[in-house]
Design a protein around this ligand. Sequence first.
Ligand SMILES: Nc1ncnc2c1ncn2[C@@H]1O[C@H](COP(=O)(O)OP(=O)(O)OP(=O)(O)O)[C@@H](O)[C@H]1O
Ligand SMILES: [Mg+2]
Length: 309
Amino acid sequence: MEAALKRELDTTSLRPFGHGGGGGISEGQSFQTDAGTVFVKINHKSQARRMFDGELAGLDAILKTKTVKVPKPVKVIDLPDGGSTLVMEYLDMSSISKYMPDLGEQLADLHLSNAKLRESQNKEAQTVGKGAGQSEIQYIDKFGFHVVTCCGYLPQINDWQSDWVTFFARQRLETQLDMIEKEYGDRESKELWSKLQLKIPGLFGGMEITPALLHGDLWGGNVAQLHDGPVIFDPAAFYGHSEYELGIAGMFGGFDSSFYTAYHRKLPKAPGFEKRLKLYQLFHYLNHWNHFGTGYKGSSISIMKALVK
Ligand SMILES: Nc1ncnc2c1ncn2[C@@H]1O[C@H](COP(=O)(O)OP(=O)(O)OP(=O)(O)O)[C@@H](O)[C@H]1O
Ligand SMILES: [Mg+2]
């Protein structure tokens, strides 16, 4: 691996430092190179390339909004013996504490950034004689993403859709439920799904949803702080409903009330928020069921039961 990294990063020195480690899915290692420090995520599975291509594209998209700090991605490098690595900027992270409110505010800025682009592009179009397209990024009017991104190691179907409810029901919930049926042959979730899908449109009565760029896997393990502000990493990005982001944030802890206060000051809760939050959490419970097994069946079923009531 070190030879491949040296060649691809065009560095003669490659000195590991720190304790390495990493999250639940990939190994992580920091290196000193000729050009400075990098953090490398290493995964030996055959699907690693797809996972890391998606992560790089997500980091890149979030970076371009200039709203919330993410590690700057460098490149994806295949390993000679299979698997792949993602090289990114090394950041000296510690547990998030005093920058919680900043995280809330900057996350709202991220979610509002696409709508702001629409505003500024509309204004530009009305200004005769002015050059168009000052921004590095364009307004996106659909839900999805230009590449597959993975939540955990499972790929998300990011094919573009103009209707959010269709996107979320078919390309998020149904995909997970199909996997559960295939893997576990579970009847109960199948029966509940046939009822739940009829209820979903009613949870969105009259809402107009502008696509928002989402981190997509914002649990407490994917946020940290640097000396000067918060940072988020390990995204499963796509354009979706902003409320979706708060689903997993509420499931495993790690976000305090100052985060939510700051977030909702910029992006207030719409009517029906709490019930939709449950719907969005259902995706993550199903995704956990598919990753880690039937330990997550109980929570998945009870959310489905609550939602069909
Ligand atoms: N750019 C970086 N610089 C320094 N350390 C990092 C960087 N990115 C991640 N880390 C460290 O590695 C840990 C795991 O990172 P990450 O969440 O990306 O891995 P993962 O295997 O995808 O995790 P999981 O699937 O469990 O969420 C982080 O908690 C952090 O301590
Ligand atoms: Mg992670």
